[in-house]
Design a protein around this ligand. Sequence first.
Ligand code: BMA
Length: 373
Amino acid sequence: MKIKKKLFHFTEIVVCFAFMAVSMDAWGQKPADPKATKETQDLYDRINQQRTKGIAVGHQDALAYGHGWYKVKGNSDVKTVTGKYPKVIGWEMGDVELGKAYNLDSVYFDDMSNYIRDTHQRGGITTLSWHGNNIATGNNAWDCGQDTVVRSILPNGVHHREYLGWLDKVADFLLNLKDHDQKLIPVVLRPYHEHTGAWFWWGAKQCSPDEYKNLWRMTVDYFQKHHDIHHVLYCYSPSETENEAHFLERYPGDDYVDLVAFDCYVPGKGTSDDIANYKIAMAKNIEIITGYAKKSGKIPTIGETGLESVKDPTYFTEVVYPLVKGKELAWILFWRNAYEADKPEHYYIPFKGHPASIDFKKFVNKKDVFLVK
Ligand code: BMA
């Protein structure tokens, strides 16, 4: 009897360890790139731990400009309101492929590299998007009138060679991101985003699922094999999708992705009906990405979101927080606070004195919401 009891305990322990091993494995624990640098593995671990502690707050272009200001050293609209910096900062590389000194929103790439270094030193995380131009027409990323651009970029396409030249420029920028010890700063790249929509040349009406997957794989392979870039984690971020099958329709594969995300904004003018629809869309898409994350071991995060002009003064605590609380999402990135005089209403984080700033402070003071000093 006694012996039997002991055996039972032993079996229990074995089963328990086996279960732990399987569940740990399911969370990946490793970047998809087998040659990822140690710093990249560290970043991956930090992001993976972040999601278990709570959600980090991100803001696009946070250090370069904000509502009513441009290039003021040490400034950030998040900091003015809360006293701290966003833990995640998004940057945009559009126009780097043309060899320009500044991006499509007039942020100098040299400044961007310095801001990325500052963020890294502060223990923050950098995520990069790329609204690359339409190589076939010479217009911007939003020129989506053709359904042949992606095909023309892929191997044997008429623009293939020229496009590799564009990727070289992106690679140069990535390889220039170094800390004070000349070590490459690991970053999260979120290329060809919102592709389930049809407003960019890589969108759902502009290329087939296979063409999209091949574009993604070609880009990652070129960075890793031709440029030896191993300090990048890749984030797959469609716009809203209907279900997991839709989410995965253009997914390039687990070997090419580290984080799974989606972009979703409050639609229309931000009325209460629009906010109600946003809540439904957010809840559904959070379920899709966290569900897939659990199966695949990828890290779930919110690629882009926001309510333009933050018209609802309790948007952060009453709308966002209940949606993200306890969902194990690594971060939520709010879109930019434009500085341009002709875009006074284009902002997603309240600035000092804004009616939603008190609510934003309450949001960031929650114990499971994170900024950095
Ligand atoms: C859009 C707007 C544009 C901007 C672009 C790329 O959502 O904010 O004004 O140029 O993103 O950052």
